[in-house]
Design a protein around this ligand. Structure first.
Ligand SMILES: C[S@@+](CC[C@H](N)C(=O)[O-])C[C@H]1O[C@@H](n2cnc3c(N)ncnc32)[C@H](O)[C@@H]1O
Length: 255
């Protein structure tokens, strides 16, 4: 099996032609370049994929090419991802769940999750990762780059299944707040949810592991739920703030 252990490695060279400056969501250009290279990464087993993408200097992180578009915040984003992936791996092992539905960009999160499961001495062959995305470029990237099943749909349209862990990893929630709240209430517990809190909230206030409902309008001008409204309604839910990084917050919703 090929690995990226040396800079002369042909796979690494090919990938450097594809990953110019990967940000949060894969682009159509990246997908086209990846398809040209025919790397076959998505056809690898999970352990082989992990080995192929491991960084030489730090075996618990993927090759540095995957971080180049994230700028100065790359390190704190990665530390936050490692914590979230570790939390999910522990919850899945504790609940004996072997299926997960989640969103990801270029594959950093899937790498962190598989590595966390391996650290817990799990047999990765027993696990099923289903990557969901609304964005066609993101889905096409997943199909080419990440082993697992790939679903091009709205994650909030899925009928949650008891044997599955759900990780809703939103960049922007936009007008999805009401439906995300409904999904959080209905889906099997625990589940994890991440999103950016946009203005007018300002700095995230967390007290006793809960988001403090800020003052302001509970609805936007168009009548949709605002962040103020969402956090206020979330008081009905049993959740804890798992981590927060700037305006990006991750919650674990429990029973
Ligand atoms: C935060 S990005 C993933 C970033 C990734 N974890 C990383 O570290 O690079 C979130 C993805 O969710 C997708 N998305 C947003 N709302 C969605 C929905 N309702 N259903 C499915 N995918 C959605 C976006 O298209 C985007 O690709």
């Amino acid at each position: 099996m090929e690995t990226f252990m040396s800079p002369e490695n042909p796979l690494l060279k090919k990938l450097s032609k594809v990953l110019k400056s990967p940000e949060l969501i894969p682009s159509a250009r990246e997908v086209a370049l990846l398809e040209e290279q025919r790397l076959g990464l998505a056809r690898l087993s999970y352990p082989a994929w992990l080995e192929a993408l491991r960084d030489t200097k730090d075996p618990h992180r993927p090759i540095s090419l995957l971080f180049e578009g994230l700028g100065r915040g790359a390190e704190s984003k990665w530390i936050d991802q490692l914590q979230r992936a570790g939390g999910i791996a522990q919850a899945m092992v504790a609940k004996q769940l072997r299926k997960i539905v989640l969103m990801d960009g270029h594959g950093r999160f899937v790498f962190a999750l598989l590595d966390a499961l391996l650290s817990l001495e799990q047999n990765l062959a027993e696990y099923t990762i289903s990557l969901v995305d609304l964005d066609p470029d993101a889905t096409n990237w997943h199909v080419e780059f990440i082993p697992g099943t790939h679903v091009h749909c709205d994650i909030l349209d899925l009928e949650p299944k008891e044997d599955t862990f759900y990780y809703l990893n939103f960049c922007s929630l936009g007008h999805q707040k009401r439906r995300a709240l409904e999904f959080m209430a209905l889906a099997p517990k625990p589940l994890m949810v991440s999103f950016f809190l946009r203005n007018p909230i300002g700095k995230i206030a967390v007290e006793n592991g809960r988001l403090t409902p800020p003052k302001g309008n509970r609805k936007n001008k168009d009548g949709s739920l605002s962040f103020v409204g969402m956090i206020t309604e979330m008081q009905q839910l049993n959740y804890d703030v798992f981590s927060s990084r700037g305006h990006f917050v991750t919650l674990v919703v429990g029973n």
